[in-house]
Design a protein around this ligand. Structure first.
Ligand SMILES: [Zn+2]
Ligand SMILES: [Zn+2]
Length: 452
């Protein structure tokens, strides 16, 4: 009666498996009703002798675990519908001869419908079930050991990742420096992000280091008010020290002006406050050991000509240059939205042309703004055309930085709406060109969308 006891759970197991395999089979057949390419649960594999199971390598064992889930052979016996042609005995014979032949031979073998074999299998149902019971018992055993191995492996993996987490947690910030320097040594692209100054200016450098940036952008003050308390000496020193520790060269740090600043404003009070603000900001740069300062050129608010606006902007820059040494003012190209100037390269040239000290004026190309202003960076030659035009109108020697932003708006939309890289209308293809553009080597490339 041991046999009966053994058969019942085996049948149960088989029926359970049949249900599962049926669904799978139906899916396979919907693609091609004639061809069934056996996967890991192929009858061929199941035919392996009992002795083989123990000798298997770990990877093979993993395969067999999935095989146990799909005992196709058992299924065909219970249903009386042979899934594949040859009987077990035949196949065992054939197997030896065919082992060296490719999978194609196996596939064609499985395709042949064989009614004789179906009958034979029916007749041998009990016998085979008995065998299967043994097989299943063995497979279960090997399954158990496989499962044990797998769970051991998983445990080890979990341990490993926990250890990695511990290592990550225990990383002292300066440990990132070698990694950053290594990155710098292998690429000429200096990519980074605009980082927050919350908790102190030095936190920006710390954050840039933490994310492995090779460049970074930051505001030097709160954006909301014109007035700002003077920068404390100790805070400036701490910022300088942090940058030094991380190996950030001032060539790759690009502070951004507050949005309130309008050096081309037709309103005298705003114009004056903007000029004062620029001087104050350049002084901060000086204190912080920075050499670049990014501004939005300005806006005429529809109350004066573009040329007059450009003149005012260059006057403001000349004035700041006269007050603070060394710092280069970097004009950001705009999206041609509203009355802002600097969206057209001719306007950037117009400002630069009137700046007295040409060594202290540059341009930052914002990809989103350029796209919105009509440069189709999503096209294959879009970037090349833009840079060729920039070189012709402004001059590549003035190119000092790049702002990396995708665009929510379509090409030429004139809207200043940043989108995450690859999710906007410039798209991944466009940014692939940007990142492979040699004319962007050795300058800061700053992401202005969230990077986490
Ligand atoms: Zn900007
Ligand atoms: Zn920008």
């Amino acid at each position: 009666m041991a046999g009966q006891d053994g058969v019942a759970p085996a049948e149960k197991q088989i029926r359970k498996n049949v249900g599962r395999t049926k669904i799978k089979r139906r899916q396979e057949n919907s693609d091609n009703p004639d061809v069934h390419v056996p996967k890991s649960g192929s009858p061929k594999k199941q035919r392996r002798k009992k002795g083989e199971t123990k000798e298997k390598t770990e990877d093979q064992n993993t395969e067999d675990v999935s095989m146990n889930k799909e005992p196709d052979e058992n299924k065909s016996i219970v249903d009386g519908i042979p899934k594949s042609g040859p009987s077990k005995k035949q196949r065992t014979k054939e197997e030896t001869a065919e082992k060296t032949e490719g999978q194609n031979a196996e596939v064609s073998m499985n395709k042949e419908p064989d009614k004789k074999l179906q009958k034979k299998q029916r007749r041998k149902k009990e016998e085979t079930l008995k065998e299967n019971t043994e097989d299943i018992a063995i497979n279960e055993d090997s399954g158990k050991s496989n499962r044990a191995k797998i769970s051991r492996r998983k445990k080890n993996e979990t341990k490993k990742s926990k250890n990695e987490m511990k290592v990550k947690e225990s990383i002292e910030v300066p440990d990132l420096i070698p990694r950053r320097l290594q990155l710098c040594s292998t690429s000429q692209k200096y990519v980074g992000a605009h980082v927050s100054i919350q908790g102190g200016l030095w936190n920006a450098a710390l954050e840039a280091g933490r994310i492995g940036a090779k460049a970074f952008g930051l505001f030097l003050r709160s954006q909301r008010t014109w007035s700002c308390k003077p920068l404390e000496k100790s805070a400036a020193e701490k910022f300088r020290r942090t940058c030094k520790e991380f190996g950030f060269d001032s060539r790759f740090i690009l502070p951004h002006s507050p949005y309130l600043m309008n050096l081309g404003s037709p309103k005298p009070d705003v114009l004056q406050k903007s000029r004062d603000m620029l001087v104050d900001e350049l002084n901060r740069c000086h204190q912080l050991g920075l050499t670049l300062y990014n501004i939005h050129p300005g806006s005429h608010l529809g109350e004066m000509s573009v040329n007059k606006c450009l003149e005012l902007i260059s006057d403001g820059i000349n004035h700041a240059h006269s007050q603070v040494p060394d710092i280069t003012v970097v004009l950001e190209n705009m999206s041609c939205q509203g009355s802002t100037v600097g969206g057209r390269f001719e306007e950037l040239h117009g400002i630069i042309d009137l700046v007295k000290d040409k060594t202290r004026i540059g341009v930052c190309l914002d990809t989103c703004h350029a796209f919105a202003a009509g440069h189709n960076l999503s096209e294959e030659k879009g970037l090349k055309h833009m840079l060729d035009e920039f070189d012709k109108v402004v001059g590549l020697l003035y190119l000092r930085a790049v702002h990396l932003n995708d665009s929510k708006g379509k090409v030429g939309c004139r809207l200043d709406r940043h989108e995450n890289i690859g999710q906007g209308h410039i798209g991944v293809k466009g940014f692939r060109q940007v990142m492979n553009e040699p004319r962007f080597n050795e300058i800061p490339m700053i992401l202005e969308t969230p990077y986490t």
